[in-house]
Design a protein around this ligand. Sequence first.
Ligand SMILES: C[S@@+](CC[C@H](N)C(=O)[O-])C[C@H]1O[C@@H](n2cnc3c(N)ncnc32)[C@H](O)[C@@H]1O
Length: 768
Amino acid sequence: MSTSNIGGSSRAESESRVDLGPSRSLALCLPLSFSTLSLCRSICVRPPEERRRGMSEEAVVQIAPSSETADTAPTVALGPDGSQDGVPATGGSSPKPDDADDAASANDLMGINPMDQISRKIVVRGVRKFIKPKNVDKMVSSWISGHEATIKVVKSKKPPKDNWIKLTLADESMVDKLIDLINKGGENGNPMKNDKGQPLFAKRADEMLRNDRAGGDDGDRKRKSNGDGGDTAKRSRHNPPPVRILSKDEVRDKITPLWRLSYKDQLDKKAREMVNKSAMKIVKEIKGKFRTIEKEARRDPNRSKIEVYDWVKAKRPVEMDAPTPSPRQFEYRNKCEFTCGFSLSRKNGSGVEKDDGKVAATGIEAKGELEDENANEEFVKTPACGFLAQGWSGGVYMPHILPNIPDWACGLSDILNDFLKSSPIPPYDSKVHRGLWRVFTLRCSIRTKEALVIVLHAPAKGGAGARDGGLDDYTGTFESEKKRLVEMLTKEAIPVPTRDLPESHVSEPRARDGTDIRVTSIFFQEFDGLSHPPVDHPVQHVVGKKTLDERLGKCTFQISPGAFFQTNTEGAEILYNIVVDRVREVTDNPKETMLVDVCCGTGTIGLTLLKEGVVGKLVGVDIAAPAIEDAKVNAAKNGFADESVTKFVASPAENVMPAILHEIPRSSPVVAVVDPAREGLHGIVIKTLRANERIERLVYVSCNPTGSLVKDASMLCGPPTKKYPGRPFRITRSQPVDMFPLTSHCEMIMTFDRMPMDEYLKYHERSP
Ligand SMILES: C[S@@+](CC[C@H](N)C(=O)[O-])C[C@H]1O[C@@H](n2cnc3c(N)ncnc32)[C@H](O)[C@@H]1O
C-alpha cells in the first residue's frame, strides 16, 4: 500500500508552502530557459479564500480579538438560492462563498474543494436587514451575554441589506452551544428573537454547504418557480421544515432541475441565461469601469475621462452563439460522489409514492404513499449511500431515479449499499461526527471500461464526536471491513441496476453503460476533519491501478484520483474541439506557436491542441501537483515527451505566470488558453495576460460564465488602469457548451482578441 496526495491546493491553510523540489524545478528546457522560474524552489501561496475576502462587499466586523481572528476559514456556501432545507431566502443576497456563485457544485465540477474549514461557522437568519456595523457587534454580544466563557465569536459578516449574519466561532465545540442558545434559548428555554420580536434561526454553515452539495446543481433555481416550493416558500424561514420523504420528482427537481424540460427547451433556457446573466452583465461591468474613471476625472483635473469603446457601445457588444448541445443528454456523468448516511422509510414499511408503486427515496422495492402526514413521522433508517437532497436529516436518496447518472454508478451504489447494510460499522453522522463511512467517489471511463473508487472514511477510532466518551472505536473491525468492501467491489462485474427513470428519459435510447465495466482501482482516504478534506489530502492506494485511463479525441490520458477531469467525456471532446478551432484561427505558424495553458489539469487541452497540430509548443501550469504529474505522463503517452515541446509547471498560476511569459522566446507567437476553477483567475494572472501584448488571442473556458467570467472579462476588456495596464482585449466570440444537461450549469468558451493599436489610440492619447 502506498500513500499519495490527491490533487490540488491546500486551500484550507492560511499560508501554504508549495515545495517545488528539485525534481519539479520550474526551469524549462524549452528553447526558453525559464531560469528565473528555477529559482523558485519554495513559493508562498496566498490561498484564494484570503484573496477573495478582500473583494467582498459585505461588512466584516471583528467581534472578539483572538488568535483566530485572522480566520483562514472560507466563508459559507449555501443553497444556490440561499435557501436552507427548503427555507427560501427572501430578497437580497444569500450566504455564500465570498465571490463564488456555488462553491458546492463547483467542487464537483472542478475537483476542488474551497470550503474546507467551515465547521466553526454558523449562519443566523431572521436578523434585521439594516443594522449599522457597530450595532452588529452589540447584537452578537447580546446573544452570547452570560456565556462569554464558553462561546467566543471571532468574526461576523452581515451584508447590509440581508436578513442573515455569518458568525465564526473560536472553536468548533462552541458551534452547537450557540445554535442551541439561539434556537432553543439555552437553559431558560426561550428561543431568541430579533428586536421586532421575530424569531432567529441558527444553523451550522457546513450543513448548509452539504445541502447545497446535495442539490447538485446551482443555477438560479428558485424553489417557488420550480414546482417544489409552493408550500415550503410560505413556511416561516425560522422554523425549519419537518423532515419528510421526498417524492422521486422532488428529488429530481433538486438535483436535476431541468429534467422536466425537453432538451430543446433546456438549451433555449441556457441560451437566454447566457445572454442575460453573462453577456449583459459583462457589458454592464465594463461600462461601469468607464463611469468610475469619469467620476474620478471630475474630482481630479489631472485625470481625463475615457470615451466608452465603440464595441462596448454597440447594440450587441457580445454576440452569443447558440449553446452547443451535449452529445449525451442523459447518463453522461463519469464521476459521482455518494454520501453515506441513512435512507428513510416509513415505519409501516411503506416508502414514498403510490402513483406507479415505485419508490424514489428509500429503496426500489418498497411501496407506499406520499402524504403530508409523513412529516414529523419517525422513520426507519437504513444505512445507505446516495444523494442528500434535503440535508443530512432528510436522508439519503438513491441515484437510480436520476436521469444524469449512468448505470455503472447505480450498479456500484447497489454494491456499496449492500455493504453498508451489512457492515457492523455505521455511516458517519455529520451532525454528531460519529461513525465511519463518509463518501464514496466513483469515477469511470466507459471507453477503457475502468472504474476508480475512493472511500472517504473517519479514522478507525471513530469520528471526532465519539472520542470523548471513548465510544465507537472500530479499530477491531475496520481492517476486515475494508477487506470485505474491496472484495465486494472487485469480485464480480458491476450488477445491472433496476432503474426508475422518468418517462421522458426511458423513451430515449438508453446508454446502459455498466455491465462490462470493472473496478480497476480502489483508494481509501482517512479524514478526521468535520467538513470535507482539502483536495491535496493524502489517499491510500489499496488495490489495482493507481490511475484511471481515458481516451478523448485522438489522445489518451491518465487521471490520478484527485486530478480534475471533465465530468462529461463526450461533452469534453466537443469543448476541446471548439478550443482547437478558436486557436487554429490565429496560428499562421503553428509549429513555432507557443500555447500557454493556464489551469491545465492533466494537460488535456494543451495536448489536444498539439495533437491537432494547431500549436507546436506548450507550457501548462496547474496548482495540483498530481495533475501535473499526470500531464507529464500524458505528454509522453501522446508523443510529446520532448521537453523542447512540452513543459508542465506545478504551481499556483499567479506565482509563475509573469516568469513563464517572460521566458518565452521573442520569436514564438503566443496564444493563451485559460480554464480556471469556478472562482476564476487570480488578479495577477489577469494582469499578466493583459499586460503581455504578445498575446493577441486568449481563449477563456469558463464553468462559471454568470459569475467569475463576468468579473474576469471586465478586467480583461476595461480601459487600462494602474492595476490592469496594457491594451485591452475585446470579446469576439462567445460559445456556450452544454456540458451538464438536466442541470442549469453551462460551460462557456469566450474568445478575447487584443484591441488593435490604431483603434486603441482613438481613445487613449498614448500607447499603454
Ligand atoms: C476546470 S479545471 C480545468 C482543467 C483542465 N484544463 C481540463 O480541462 O481538464 C480547473 C483547474 O484549475 C486548477 N487550479 C485551481 N486553482 C489554480 C491556481 N491558482 N493556479 C493554477 N491552477 C489552478 C485546478 O487544479 C484544476 O485542474
